[in-house]
Design a protein around this ligand. Structure first.
Ligand code: MG
Ligand code: MG
Ligand code: MG
Length: 307
């Protein structure tokens, strides 16, 4: 594996991280460059829905990379969210749609950052720019990533670029956007057989602001109430993680994807920043945020600024 260039998204991979790694491997193939898409964690149920729909296997799981391994990062740049050993790997390229933080290389690289709703939208535009035809599989991979990251174009992170890309990809892949999109998103809300520990890690992102470590985790649901039935176990799991990782704050967002709201559980010594960040009082370590669905655009910036 050492000789292959590896492409991967972030830890606790979401549909964009998996599908964009695969789509970018294909794009590289068309460019005559051999790369290999891999993943840094379990495939979630939403992504599994996409893989099953296409009848394809998930990329191989890797735990760490060796020194000087050539890598391409998609859908992330922060080392806290990347593979073990990333500091000593050779980062050839980054394709991402997040803020840039805790990122440093010792050599020059290609860095594509666009403030779009999804990494796959950046890739779609690259396919177009190079005049490559997009086949059904490629279209479904990229469309699914866009549906996931933009919650079917309803998230405030959605840009005109994402809308255009998704419309064209839906045409190519011949999927009914509403039908396929809702089914795919709903597949990701089947949380019953996860333990509380698994739930808080399913889509957790760790951040580090001047040495203050915190996590913002998120789960999608069609019923916030349903998830809150396990409130006590969730809080226990969160408090354990805070202790284990030495975190100052753990924010767990339970996002209702049908009504576009989130219930938040906030624990840790810095939980009181919630008041300045969102103007809300914590009640029972919880508060409700109307119209909030995006970690990247609505949660992270407010928390990062106030921590
Ligand atoms: Mg992602
Ligand atoms: Mg993404
Ligand atoms: Mg996401």
């Amino acid at each position: 594996m050492e000789n292959e260039i590896l492409i991967f998204g972030h830890k606790n991979p979401d549909t964009d991280s998996i599908c964009s790694s695969m789509a970018y491997q294909i794009l590289n193939e068309k460019n005559g460059r051999k790369t290999k898409a891999v993943r840094l964690g379990n495939v979630n149920k939403e992504t599994q829905y996409v893989l099953d729909y296409l009848k394809i296997e998930a990329p191989e799981l890797i735990e760490k990379v060796e020194e000087n391994q050539e890598v391409i990062l998609v859908d992330h740049n922060e080392f806290d969210q990347s593979v073990e050993g990333i500091e000593k790997a050779k980062i050839l390229e980054v394709i991402d749609h997040h803020k840039i933080g805790n990122f440093k290389t010792s050599e020059p690289l290609y860095y594509t950052a666009k403030p779009y709703g999804c990494t796959a939208t950046i890739l779609f535009e690259e396919f177009k720019q190079k005049n490559y035809t997009i086949d059904r599989k490629e279209a479904v991979l990229m469309a699914s990533a866009i549906i996931s990251d933009t919650l079917l174009l309803k998230s405030p992170t959605t840009t005109e670029h994402d809308r255009k890309a998704l419309q064209e990809l839906a045409q190519i892949s011949n999927i009914n956007l509403e039908e396929y999109g809702i089914e795919m998103l709903k597949a990701g809300t089947d949380l019953d057989d996860y333990t509380a520990e698994e739930l808080i890690n399913l889509d957790a992102k760790e951040a580090n602001n001047n040495g203050v470590k915190f996590v913002i985790a998120q789960v999608n649901t069609v019923s916030i109430e349903d998830v809150l039935k396990r409130e006590e176990q969730l809080k226990l799991a969160i408090n354990n993680t805070i202790k284990e990782k030495g975190l100052s704050l753990f924010v767990f967002a339970i996002t209702d994807i049908l009504n576009s709201n989130s219930e938040i559980i906030a624990l840790g010594e810095k939980a009181n920043i919630i008041k300045t960040a969102f103007g809300k009082e914590l009640e029972n370590d919880r508060f409700f945020l109307e119209g909030v669905v995006s970690r990247k655009k609505q949660l992270m910036p407010n928390i990062d600024k106030n921590i």
